[in-house]
Design a protein around this ligand. Structure first.
Ligand SMILES: [Zn+2]
Length: 304
């Protein structure tokens, strides 16, 4: 186990980019199975939130997934639709100790947004042609988003950079339930920021462009992979300034704010997926010390 851990640390130090294959990173996998007792350590996280376990972490696991710590801290993102209840999380410390804790997912009441007299009618009563187009686009995007990139080393730290400068107060509509002219539609998976059209949109962190394309609902869209299973999404752009597979830097201009796709006006839609969980993007912009942390005495439950 110790050899594996050293190999893993060496790998994560030597790989400055996120371009290595999953198969390669899988070799360095160490076990962080959540089979041990939790010794009363608990953290409460709302749906769409992020819990953390700070200090001396090497690896982290939650459910069936495991990943590397980000600069010594384990982060446990909770999907906006995760069922409230008690789950087990675990971490392996840099010293090789395996520890577990309880993560309690609490229910969050999300906003309702009703768009009446929606201006772009083609997005309310969608034609068969556009429905077919959307299906094609989803068939391209969903596999990209669900591919397992958890083992890729992180090329970011929290807080990430702002997607626009200055960044106006968000509309607080992450996870909202929405209707368009009275018709129920999918929930909102990101947060909208009322940024003026034409303003630069910037990458939250270093990364690689997974996809940059014009899609029916999301308009001009960019998806960026930041390693560690973290993907950021920027929608409704006026222009796209990057290409698929391009490497980007934190704060780099990647496009301009617009109103393409299903919008009522110009704004920046920012979405974040982390280890597959759709979380409130605003949580990556604040001091990570403000995120709920595993409480209680840290007691080793196994040492190998
Ligand atoms: Zn949006």
């Amino acid at each position: 186990m110790k050899t594996n851990l050293r190999l893993l640390l060496a790998l994560s130090l030597s790989l400055g980019t996120i371009g290595q294959s999953y198969a390669q990173s899988k070799k360095a996998k160490t076990s962080a199975d959540a089979t041990s007792a939790t010794n009363g350590k608990t953290v409460s996280v709302t749906q769409g939130g992020v819990g953390r376990w700070a200090g001396n972490c090497a690896r982290c696991s939650f459910g069936q997934k495991a990943w590397l710590a980000v600069n010594g801290t384990c982060y446990y993102p909770v999907d906006m639709e995760m069922k409230p209840g008690t789950y087990t999380i675990s971490r392996r410390t840099t010293g090789g100790k395996l520890e577990s804790a309880k993560l309690i997912v609490t229910e969050k009441s999300f906003k309702e947004e009703n768009f009446n007299d929606f201006p772009k009618k083609e997005y309310v009563n969608v034609s068969a042609q556009n429905l077919a187009r959307n299906r094609k686009e989803l068939a391209l995007v969903l596999p990209l988003l669900s591919a397992n990139r958890d083992e890729l080393p992180p090329v970011f730290d929290l807080p990430v950079g702002k997607p626009a400068e200055p960044l106006p107060q968000s509309e607080g509509n992450f996870g909202s339930f929405r209707t368009f002219d009275g018709q129920e539609r999918d929930r909102h998976t990101g947060t909208d920021f009322p940024v003026t059209a034409g303003k630069p949109v910037r990458s939250l962190a270093n990364g690689r462009v997974l996809l940059a394309a014009n899609h029916f609902f999301s308009g001009n869209s960019i998806y960026i992979d930041h390693g560690n299973g973290l993907i950021s999404e920027y929608f409704h752009l006026k222009t796209i300034g990057v290409k698929d597979n391009e490497t980007v830097k934190k704060g780099q201009k990647i496009g301009e704010v617009g109103q393409t796709g299903r919008t009522t006006g110009p704004h920046l839609h920012l979405g974040v997926r982390w280890h597959g969980a759709r979380i409130n993007p605003g949580l990556l912009l604040i001091d990570p010390a403000e995120l709920p942390d595993v409480a209680g005495e840290t007691t080793s439950v196994s040492n190998n």
